[in-house]
Write a protein of this length. Structure first.
Length: 173
């Protein structure tokens, strides 16, 4: 089993879609032996386009599926919640699920891992630093706690009081 970190984001019916994404990932990956862990939810401004603020979080799962199969599962969940595959990169989202890290794998295919936004976006790095403070970024060689401590960007980011649905094998803040 490998630990994978997934970024979830929504700026359309945000509370509903973040909750729905967590439920869908829970249904697919959670078990008594391998609970899923969810970071706090943060509100952040849209990046790359003018739009409503996003809710973002990071989820840690344990999985034995390949990276390609994990990406396919995430895209299926997105489509099931109203996010078309043809949507432009910088556009409103009902639900966006990105594979950020897959253990300490560094690769270019089937996707780039670790994702570059891990180091660029506060709405990814802060929840990662909370969820996996001692995990070492496989390229930078620093823990996520260190990376967050040294992060210097002016992105607006606010932690939220988010009520997670009570699910077995779900660990929340």
């Amino acid at each position: 089993m490998q630990t994978a970190y997934l970024g979830l984001g929504s700026n359309r019916r945000r509370t509903h879609h973040i909750g729905a994404g967590i439920r869908a990932l829970h249904a697919r990956f959670a078990s008594a032996e391998h609970p899923i862990r969810v970071a706090r939810v943060f509100e952040s401004a849209a990046i790359g386009f003018d739009g409503h603020d996003f809710y973002n979080t990071v989820v840690a799962i344990e999985t034995d599926v390949s990276v390609a199969d994990l990406v396919a599962a995430c895209k299926t969940i997105e489509r099931e919640h109203g996010h078309p595959s043809s949507a432009p990169k910088y556009s409103p989202r009902t639900l966006d699920i990105d594979v950020l890290l897959y253990a300490d794998l560094v690769c270019e295919q089937p996707i780039v891992l670790p994702r570059t936004e891990v180091l660029e976006n506060a709405f990814v790095l802060w929840p990662l630093a909370e969820l996996a403070p001692t995990f070492v970024h496989p390229v930078q060689g620093q823990t996520f706690a260190q990376l967050w401590q040294n992060y210097r960007c002016e992105q607006r980011l606010k932690p939220l009081e988010f009520v997670f649905e009570a699910l077995p094998y779900l660990q929340t803040p």
